[in-house]
Design a protein around this ligand. Sequence first.
Ligand code: GLY
Length: 395
Amino acid sequence: MKFLFIICCALLWVANTSYAQQGKPASLNASAINAKLKDAVLQYKYMMKHLPGDSFPRSFYPSTGKYFFSNAEWWCSGFYPGSLLLLYEETGDKKLLAEAHRILPMLQSQQFNKGTHDLGFMMYCSFGNAFRLEKNNSYKTIIINSAASLKTRFNEKIGCLRSWNNSNPNDFLVIIDNMMNLELLCEATRMTGDSSYYKVAVTHANTTMANHYRNDYSSWHVINYDPATGNVKQKKTAQGAADSSAWARGQSWGLYGFTMMYRETKDIRYLDQAVHIADYLLSHPQLPADKIPYWDYDAPGIPNALRDASAASIMASALLELQAYHTDARYLPVAKQILQVLSSEKYHAKAGANGGFILEHSVGSLPAKSEVDVPLTYADYYYIEALARLKKMQP
Ligand code: GLY
């Protein structure tokens, strides 16, 4: 009887311990990072089996078990090949490289697409990584052509690249997300020696710094400029909770964008801007204790508002780069915490679940009721990038 009691207690202890381990995010040392990267490879191998030959993955609806695919023109088309290439780089798994080689040609046509500002996301996350890893000159040509297409959207008077096309010729809409496309332009100057790409990137960043940010270093989502005068006409939102709110992914794009522009230019003003943005976000009273932002820092219904895993993974990756430029080690622990939470069962899909996407619980556009609380390709891309960055920072 006593023996049976001891066995029961031991079983209970084991069950409790493993429950606690599941609930509490595990610490991400080098071997844990490698394990997460291997999980990610398995997920993407699962996803590639379910991908129709002519499509790019966009999302997956766990409630119905249905995929949402896109064509090459969708702003996220570069993230799938980009994730495959990052995972190939980290694990050496050739199946991922082969899948990237299969899908990259389907994206090539976009190098001549002058109708979008998203060419940085589309062509640099994909062909940029491909060129970095393989040094294939045809990729270089695609990157340069893409940058040339993006540059056509620059307006000298305003000092910005146009984001969205709209039918009113008196509007010129620029969104904070556009900071992310400047890396492509900087790369094109490096590749060609033509400084005009770099100058456009710097001018766009300067105009954004002047007009997109509030005194507290939160950012508006959309600035509408008057193309005749270059003046600001409106400061508003499209994907946020309100014109005056801090839409979470927009804050992450800005943080990442100014950190990246410091890397590209070594202009200390961009580093200062990134530090101010980071400090605003990390001291925000509505940033939850686990550091995964609500979809908007001013979302109605907090603490019951939805979180956005994509805003978290972009922020983690940006903070890891920012830490490398900053002597005070305050960003690394937060980035690590974010990645640990994203790697826990609260956000990280179980093997073979979530359509093969790695992370659950992102928000595309809540006001448009589009892609709400679903997996998204860019949440995965920046999660993988951040894991790889953290791995390189391990002692
Ligand atoms: N660039 C669009 C988004 O972040 O939703």
